[in-house]
Design a protein around this ligand. Structure first.
Ligand SMILES: Nc1ncnc2c1ncn2[C@@H]1O[C@H](COP(=O)(O)OP(=O)(O)OP(=O)(O)O)[C@@H](O)[C@H]1O
Ligand SMILES: [Mg+2]
Length: 250
């Protein structure tokens, strides 16, 4: 459902994504991990057509993102790392706006918009301007927005940031339900517990390259350390503890 071949992105002389090859199948929940600055968000922008690659190509739902951009975008829903929502719209207006962009029939929208607002427990907030929303409420509104047109591929950059535990559980259940009916979920996350519990496969990016990819068991083999949990695998691949000497100044 997502096919990435030889993907490279340079910003001037800096290489943010240094030759990425990856396939994500339909029905898969795929976790994209890595330290700050590893190139995760850049990859998300390349997958969703917000950035043009320096080299390589991305296909989503069979469409080349560079050549068949509109068809590819129609098959996707994106939750970016910052939940941008027009501040002068109400929550309800935002969802209707997104629905119209994706051509959701009006009759479906009349049913789905209140349902989604109820599912995310907006109560009477649906009628309030987004500028009065908390960060978590904006995040939930953006999530509700991508559920409206039922995309084949959901691309989410840190979707759990700012969500309270109940909302985070709801979002996990939504992902499992969607994957169960063949939707594909590609998610960047720093929350290793979520990746461990939720993701069928996990990739760990380091400095624009994929350092490891597979199921948790496969990652344990790749890290040459059986029985490790994801945190230990992550730290063994990315290096950890170098700051120990500096802690003595505290
Ligand atoms: N528009 C840009 N111009 C120049 N450099 C950029 C640009 N966008 C990203 N970079 C650089 O590319 C590298 C990868 O950034 P990216 O945002 O993809 O990291 P990330 O893995 O998402 O990190 P984080 O975990 O902090 O979200 C960083 O060093 C960043 O400074
Ligand atoms: Mg990022």
């Amino acid at each position: 459902m997502i096919e990435i071949e030889g993907l490279v992105k340079r910003f001037g002389s800096y290489t943010a994504v240094a030759g990425l090859d990856l396939r994500v199948e339909s029905g898969e929940i795929f976790g994209f991990l890595g330290p700050n600055g590893a190139g995760k968000t850049t990859t998300v922008k390349l997958i969703t057509g917000l950035l043009k690659p320096t080299a390589g190509r991305v296909r989503v739902a069979g469409f080349d993102v560079a050549l068949q951009t509109l068809q590819a975008k129609r098959a996707m829903g994106l939750v970016p790392d910052e939940p941008f929502v027009y501040p002068k719209l109400t929550g309800t207006e935002y969802l209707r706006f997104v629905g119209e962009l994706y051509g959701v029939p009006l009759a479906d929208m009349r049913k789905r918009v209140p349902e989604l607002l109820e599912m995310f427990e907006f109560g009477s907030w649906g009628a309030e301007l987004v500028e009065s929303y908390s960060h978590g409420m904006r995040q939930k509104l953006v999530l509700a927005g991508i559920l409206l047109h039922d995309p084949e591929v959901l691309v989410l950059d840190e979707p759990m940031v700012g969500l309270d535990p109940k909302s985070a559980r709801l979002v996990k259940d939504i992902f499992l339900k969607l994957a169960g009916r063949g939707r594909t979920i590609f998610m960047c996350t720093h929350i290793l517990g979520i990746a461990e519990k939720l993701c069928d496969r996990i990739a760990i990016m380091i400095e624009g390259k994929m350092a490891a990819c597979g199921t948790l068991e496969e990652l344990q083999v790749q890290a040459k350390k059986g029985g490790l949990d994801l945190e230990e695998i992550f730290l063994s691949l990315t290096g950890g503890g170098e700051y120990a000497a500096l802690l003595r100044y505290l």
